[in-house]
Design a protein around this ligand. Sequence first.
Ligand code: GAL
Length: 948
Amino acid sequence: MKPNATGAGRHQILRSLAAAFVVAFVATGAAFAGTRERLSLDAGWLFHLGDVAPPAVKGHGMSYGSAKAGSAGGAAATDYDDSDWRRLALPHDWVVEGPFDPGENASQGYRPRGIGWYRRYLGVPASERGRHIELQFDAIATLSQVWVNGIVVNRNWSGYNGRNIDITPYLRYGEDVNTIAVRVDADAQEGWWYEGAGIYRHAWLVKRDAVHIATDGVHADPVRQGERWALPVSVDVESSAKAAHDAEVEVSLLDPAGREVAKGRAPVHVDGLDAATARVELAVGKPALWTLQQPALYHVRCVLRDGHGELDRVEVQTGFRTLRFDADRGFFLNGQALKLQGVAIHQDHAGVGVAVPESIWEFRLRQLKAMGVNAVRFAHNAPAAEVLDLADRLGLLVMDENRNFNPSPDYMQQLTWLVRRDRNHPSVILWSIFNEEPLQGSEVGYEMARRMVAEVKKLDTTRPVTAAMHDGLFGDVNVTQAVDVAGFNYQPWAYDRFHKLHPAQPLTSTEDTSAYMTRGAYDSDREHHVLDSYDDEPSEWGATHRKAWRAIAERPFVAGSFVWTGLDYRGEPTPFEWPSASSFFGAMDLCAFPKMAFWIHQAHWVKDRLVLKLVPHWNWAGREGKPIRVMVATNAPRVRLLLDGQPVGEADVDPIDMVTFQVPYAPGRLEAVALRDGKELGRDAVETSGAAARLVLTPDRAALAGDGLDAVPVTVSAVDAQGRPVATANLPVHFEIEGAGGIIGVGNGDPNSHEADKGNDRSLFNGLAQVIVQSRRAGQGPLTLRATSPGVQGAVVVVDVKAVAPPPAVPAAEPFSRIGGWRIAPAQAERPDPGMAPSYGDMNTWGWGEPPMKQEPETPPWRVYRASFGVRADRNDGRGRLLFREIAGRAQVWVDGVKLGEKTDPAPGPLTLALPKGAAWRTLNVLVQSQPGQPSGLVGRVVVEPAR
Ligand code: GAL
């Protein structure tokens, strides 16, 4: 801690030092450590599936009491008994744990949603008094309310935005423990896709000095000025201090190697409970550019200091790049035309639902990058913050989309939250205010959009705004007139017409394709909800992958494509319904295993290496002599096919449509040879296999960090006795794991599967399944995964869990049953009736209080202190104790009319009484008798403790 860090004294000292401030600052330099702590609040939650109705409010006393701050009822109450709730760690999606049910919503994946409650206890040391303490939830699906110590502190109406809640004023310190309660209503839905439910992203506790940099308060977005760059940085400083404060912000720019390359300072004056902004503009010479191939990342470090040292510091990522949408020539990155080879994706993954670990996100994005994707649209909502960090790091462009089309204040806040959080990311190139809104072609839609665009522009002028429209483009008044870039969902027929009518307005596809494919399937079988992989199953409103891309590729004025979708997602099992439970649109399945669409786009998009993929597999027993359709995806101009070395076909490749052959089936090895000018560029092969003989486990990475967060997908496959992959294997597989981690989910990419995502069993689907394993916090050593299946040889793989410093976290606290809500009788001359209570409706004759309740020396000498309290089951077993930390005077304690004990020594001191088993709700009367001339009362806390 800094010297003189708290209290008014500090400000007096500051005022007297004001003149010497700069000198003092220079003299002390950066010798003080920053005080910010960002602590994970993921561990230690209690969960209850289902609603907990608060008790009906009846009668004057209850009505009056429940209307007061801190008096929330039911599971929001501080003393609610949650002793039988499930203990778990966030992120948590309860929907993915549930069963499939044809009565539930197809769009959400046929699983029950419902209502759930979370509670957590939080201890804050007394030494933290005066600091600013913020509770952060990265997202909660769907509607949620948050209480701290029975006071409602947040209501949120979207499952996709984070919220940063200043809980400083409500906190209790020291021995007392705080209660956080969260009610989540996931019956409310915001989408027509799987949304999951619960606190499915991370939670944090951020502790800062009272004078600190606001959350998402740093804005740094480089601007090119000819050959040089300017980096305007604004830093929002806010204060929960009691007095005004003078400080200084120092901003430094660190290059990718961590060297400081520019620095500037600005003073800032912030009043107590107010905010102020410091602005610094850095000049930067020749920075390394952020490109898709080499996404050079710089860091902007902002340090807030006063004359005593560092108050706070924040570091944000930035990248030097320019972007531009041109009406004739599409998108430009760093001055060069770049076609957007984009995909839209939702956020759920096999096994884990929407509670996706960052490392699994990295895996998903790497898979997309391997496909040749350079842009991602997170449909139709904000992604998790760490996903954008990954996009920055991996070199992916992002269309960042707002969920709700609504400029009213609550909803506008969702939009401004998104822009404030994401505007430093070099990956973000385009804001999207909505997807497919029926009002898009109307005056109302235009007026709503105009307001939302204006709010975005107040926060960021460097990126254009779009809206993903599926109609209304040509209305007299429509949303294209309010946005910078016209966004087309489908409607490829309209590209030329719009461009002709609005030659100065850039346009992009914001969504296209919507074609179906089942991974590893090569015959459509609609009866069984299977769709083949030859890219000949478009939706009625979409087009095949090849046709959609052709319409975009051939038009330079269309900035790019966003294929619906890069990855399958649960829900929206179009064109089917039950029993299909997840989508067929993905270029990859729910596990991110490639379908043929992956290879087709890879052939379209990858230019710097050979792409060559041959399908189908070559296990067609029973179809001998019959033609099998063979498709080759390649960026080579010509392909020759060989069956067991004999030519069976050769043809030029259309760079968009690819090439197909009919090859009469005979078991053997089918090879595709990529050719250019008669020269061989490479080969791909499929080979007829025997029956599955052995399982194979292939982890995506060989090691995990032992932080309890890192996770790796392990591919499960089968090979025959000769070691050839069996692409048609559908074996049931059982998993066992031991060591420094566990299984967090399983999947196989079959959209029709109803096998559980959680647990230790999963079948292969067309030759593949996936197990996701995660390290344990403070884990170290081998993590051994075993796979077995009847009749075949099992497999074992060992992932090495490496010791790492555990990420800073708030330890879970145990509930603290403090008795509060005391009424205090007026002083009495005689020993009062032990059952004495205020008269019905009298809220004024008796006082109200919380310990310390200390009466100055007084006569008459008697007072009654009365409280009602709930006894948790774990304290109501006859072994619980009622503890009075300090009573001044003599005292008699009565619970529900029965005398529990007394304190005969009038000197201030504690009293401990056994609490007999009894009703869950009790009434306590304490009769205190003061000594002449001495203070009296319940001075210390009154607590119910479990047996130790
Ligand atoms: C679009 C919509 C997407 C998805 C897709 C399926 O109209 O924006 O969310 O529903 O259709 O084809």
